[in-house]
Each structure stands twice: as structure tokens, then as C-alpha cells.
Design a protein around this ligand. Structure first.
Ligand SMILES: [Zn+2]
Length: 179
């Protein structure tokens, strides 16, 4: 018996009626970048089904170098595996979704950040970079960071959105555009 036991039972239910999904282009032609917060699950909030969209999650849903690397690889993979199926000059849209009440918001406070750095061994700069105090501001900055990255394929568009934990509603802050 572990904490996973009830979840594994749910998986057993899931597997009973499961239909495998073949490796193919994401049906929604979107990649979601969002926070790891357990109240912000894109499958639930955006109604994603298996095969719809890759989801990249980290603290805050920030566009870090690791996130940019993953997106660059996914663009390459899509072009290699699905040449002919995708429009020559368009691959997919990356939707960056930040949210209200983000736990990383505490890191905007310098003394909290210093304590967190001392306790975890993480650098204060790294912690500051993950902070989402105002999601409308950070999502704009992250869309810009991705659009200006030399690693981003010119065939990938980027948009920015904010999820309101209080209402369940997502609003678009930055419309999709290409680099
Ligand atoms: Zn969060």
C-alpha cells in the first residue's frame, strides 16, 4: 500500500476501456506551456484528450532554456516525422498559460526568496526567474522570450493566456504570432 494505490486502481479502470493513440501530429496543433500547480491541469481546463497536445509544465509555467529546448526539438521532430502532413511554413502554436494565485508569487518577495534559496540550495536568481506575481505581466514577457529565441522555429507561433483559478476562465493576453 502506497499513496499511489488508489491512483493505480483508477488506472486499472482507465486501461479497461483504453484505445491506443498512434504517434502522430498533436490533433489540436498546439503545445501548452503551463504551471505544475495541481489546480491548473490543462486536460481538465482545456478539455484535452489523449493525442491532442503536448504539455510542458514547470513552476510558474515559465519559458526557461529547458522549455525552449523542448519546443525546438518538437518542431524538428514534427518536420522530420510528418513531412507532407504539415503545411510547409506552419507547424504548431505554443500557448503559454500563467495563472492567478501562483505559488511562485511568494518568490517576488526578496526575504522569502532568500530563505528559499538558503533552504533549497537553489540560486536566488533562478528562484526570481520562476516567480509569477502578476500572470498578465509574466506571460507577456515569456511570449516575448520565446519569440526572440534564436532556437525557435519560424514555423511556430506563440500566444499568451492567463487562467483565473477563482473563475476557471482563461483569457488571452497575447494573440498568436510568428517570430
Ligand atoms: Zn503556479
Amino acid at each position: 500500500m502506497t499513496k499511489m494505490t488508489p491512483l493505480l486502481q483508477r488506472n486499472e479502470q482507465f486501461a479497461r476501456t483504453y484505445t491506443p493513440v498512434a504517434l502522430g501530429l498533436p490533433a489540436a496543433q498546439v503545445i501548452i506551456v503551463t504551471c505544475l500547480d495541481h489546480r491548473v491541469d490543462p486536460a481538465a481546463v482545456l478539455g484535452l484528450q489523449l493525442g491532442d497536445a503536448p504539455v510542458i509544465r514547470n513552476a510558474g509555467g515559465r519559458v526557461t532554456p529547458a522549455v525552449i529546448d523542448d519546443i525546438a526539438y518538437l518542431a524538428f521532430l514534427a518536420e522530420q516525422l510528418f513531412a507532407g502532413q504539415v503545411a510547409v511554413d506552419r507547424l504548431f502554436e505554443v500557448a503559454v498559460v500563467h495563472h492567478t494565485q501562483c505559488g511562485t508569487g511568494f518568490l517576488a518577495d526578496p526575504s522569502f526568496r532568500r530563505q528559499a534559496a538558503e533552504a533549497t540550495g537553489l540560486s536566488e536568481a533562478a528562484l526570481e526567474a520562476s516567480a509569477v506575481a502578476d500572470p498578465h505581466t509574466t506571460v507577456k514577457a515569456d511570449v516575448e522570450r520565446l519569440l526572440t529565441s534564436p532556437l525557435l522555429s519560424p514555423k511556430v507561433s506563440v500566444s499568451g493566456h492567463v487562467y483565473d483559478v477563482a473563475t476557471g476562465r482563461i483569457t488571452t493576453t497575447v494573440d498568436a504570432r510568428y517570430p
